[in-house]
Design a protein around this ligand. Structure first.
Ligand code: TXA
Ligand code: MG
Length: 332
């Protein structure tokens, strides 16, 4: 891949204006959101969107989510049914993407040929200012090289995308830290295609009149409902091994190589220069810090990461989902 000169833009009026200009000219801009940093291009420009796939090394059949600054921008991009309108009203702006039948303006390059499009309105103020400045809908996957953890800070976004994007906005740390919940509406109700900041319980509380189906693995031979599901994801360089909540044993650390440990709540661990323990006080903190801790462990040359897999409820489902992918489902 050819290396680009990447501008670093400040999150101020001048920076957002320059970022908007780059998007309208068909370039790629990395921008902060409350979930993770995104790698954006003009969603109405098929050529610009093609550059995203190249910059990330992303498989061509994995569609992109389209972002707008405001909720009322969505109706121009997709068919918004009454049920969709209720979900939009309850959760957008916020960490949720809704899959809806696309309208004709959205190029096939964005949806990988699917008749539907994933739509999101971020709640992060810097994302809002960037999208307003762009003035066009912005297609954006997470700003990582395909298969790697998503960036949740400017430093991580820069490490991943310098030389690949035209510009990176110097934003703050992502408040949620995991990618958005992806929801699809079917005749029988709502289906979660990817758990995230809006939980199954949150959706049930709003969509009382309909069935909310949690994340289901595709059956063997069946096409995955979100094309991205079939690929390896969120993997740091270090090998990740999980242990279920309540099964911590310091002996798991062993003595082979440098080990990073992620725990939920305090745990007794041996004091050693080869062991780095990070204790998360809540699942919210776990979600927010997960990818950043992966980044630190990799930077410090850890060979192995031992991570506590939280109970599958609320936001814990999203954390567990990312950990299962990062580890390839391997438990200690
Ligand atoms: O929080 C997020 O959603 C971030 C920020 C930047 O907004 N974006 C993000 O995009 O995580 P990405 O490309 O890393 O993940 C998008 C996922 C993929 O698994 C893709 O297969 C799925 O969304 N997806 C996109 N459009 C879809 C569609 N029409 N139907 C089903 N799945 C879709
Ligand atoms: Mg991604």
């Amino acid at each position: 891949m050819e290396t680009k000169k990447t501008l670093i833009l400040e999150a101020d009026a001048q920076g957002f204006s320059a970022a908007g200009e780059i998007i309208r000219r068909g370039g790629l801009v990395v921008f902060p959101t409350e979930t993770v940093y995104g790698l954006g291009a003009n969603a109405l420009d098929a050529g610009a969107c093609a550059k995203i796939f190249q910059a990330k090394g992303r498989p061509q059949d994995n569609p992109l989510i389209v972002h707008t600054a405001e909720v009322f921008g969505l109706a121009r991009l997709a068919s918004v049914t009454p049920r969709a309108a209720a979900i939009i009203k309850a959760f957008m702006p916020g960490p949720l993407s809704l899959v809806l039948p696309k309208n004709q303006d959205i190029p096939a390059a964005v949806t990988a040929g699917l008749p539907t499009v994933g739509l999101r309105v971020p709640s992060d103020p810097a994302a809002y200012r960037f999208l307003k400045a762009a003035g066009v809908p912005v297609a954006a996957p997470s700003a990582n090289v395909s298969g790697k953890p998503s960036p949740t800070s400017f430093a991580m976004a820069r490490a991943a995308m310098e030389g690949r994007a035209d510009a990176i906005i110097r934003g703050g740390d992502s408040r949620i830290g995991l990618e958005s919940t992806i929801v699809r509406i079917t005749e029988s109700g709502l289906e979660i295609l990817r758990p995230g900041g809006v939980s199954e319980e949150d959706l049930r509380a709003v969509a009382k009149d309909c069935l909310v189906r949690g994340l289901a693995s595709p059956l063997p031979g069946e096409a995955p409902p979100a094309p991205g599901m079939k690929y390896a994801h969120y993997k740091p360089r270090a090998e990740v091994l999980l242990f279920p909540t309540g099964t911590w044993n310091p002996k798991m650390i062993g003595c082979a190589g440098k080990t990073g440990v992620l725990t939920l709540g305090e745990k007794a661990a041996p004091l050693s220069g080869h062991v780095l323990v990070r204790e998360m006080k809540s699942v919210e903190e776990y979600a927010r810090r997960l990818y950043a801790e992966f980044f630190v462990f990799d930077s410090l040359g850890c060979d192995r990461i031992l991570a506590e897999c939280p109970p599958e409820e609320g936001l814990g489902r999203a954390v567990a989902n990312r950990l299962l992918k990062a580890s390839g489902g391997r438990f200690f």
